[in-house]
Design a binder for this molecule. Structure first.
Ligand SMILES: [Zn+2]
Length: 255
């Protein structure tokens, strides 16, 4: 009995020594001074571009199916690009007019479409794609996803327009919405410039807002559905040549 107890104590002591030893080793490892700055100086010229340029070979293995960043292909180049995006269509009146203006100026865009609008207006989706544009999902019925039950949220995200890009209606998002978007094989795409064209502030106000706020690689939010978009069409026709004169080109996002 006492020998067995002694063996038990001995084993316990050995384990404790092992654990403490490991902790000391970890602590020492963390206390080591940072590596010499040789590696970082070579990339110091373009610090912000480095993380997106090279795929991280040390990325955790938990990442399942990497969805491409829809603007990453343009991050490496020095080209001045702007990403125009149009939400809430396809609309039989306004989407063809937007397509016409884009084609007139040699521009492309990404259309975040509603599944309900696609079903109601078959053929428009193909017109958008045939002109060299891309399509993102904007859900099926344009609900505020953060206010829905899990089942309804899943349905709106998983059963909407097929794409690798998803823009939540109203930009309303949270951890659950983002998790569903990722699980559906998509990436969340919001925007950088919002001229609030849906509120019809006047053609010139839309133009001025874009000119003031657009920077290289900005994503610009406009609408080809949801009501009278004549100001949007007119503003697009005015602003594209002005931006082109500044050296911008207008590719569609990789969606
Ligand atoms: Zn919308």
């Amino acid at each position: 009995m006492s020998r067995r107890f002694a063996a038990f104590v001995a084993a316990g002591t050995a384990l404790a020594v092992l654990v403490i030893g490991s902790l000391i080793a970890i602590a020492l490892g963390q206390a080591q001074p940072p590596k010499p700055a040789v590696a970082s100086t070579s990339s110091s010229a373009t610090p912000s571009a480095t993380p997106t340029k090279t795929p991280n070979v040390n990325a955790p293995t938990t990442a399942k199916r990497p969805v491409p960043n829809p603007t990453a292909a343009f991050a490496a180049s020095n080209k001045k690009v702007l990403f125009f995006s149009f939400d809430d269509g396809p609309d039989p009146v306004w989407t063809p007019k937007i397509l016409q203006v884009l084609a007139k100026h040699g521009a492309h865009a990404t259309f975040f479409e509603l599944g309900g609008m696609q079903a109601a207006h078959p053929g428009l989706r193909d017109q958008v794609l045939a002109a060299g544009n891309t399509i993102g999902s904007h859900s099926i019925t344009h609900p505020q996803l953060t206010a829905l039950s899990a089942a309804k949220r899943h349905h709106e995200i998983f059963d909407g327009p097929r794409s690798t890009c998803f823009r939540p209606p109203y930009g309303a998002t949270n951890a659950k919405v983002r998790a569903d978007i990722k699980a559906a094989g998509m990436v969340q795409v919001l925007w950088d410039v919002d001229p609030r064209d849906w509120s019809r502030p006047g053609t010139q106000a839309i133009v001025q807002n874009i000119l003031t706020n657009a920077h290289p690689r900005s994503i610009i939010l406009l609408h080809d559905g949801g009501g009278d978009r004549s100001q949007t069409v007119a503003a697009l026709d005015k602003v594209l040549p002005l931006l082109k004169a500044q050296g911008y080109s207008f590719p569609a996002m990789d969606c």
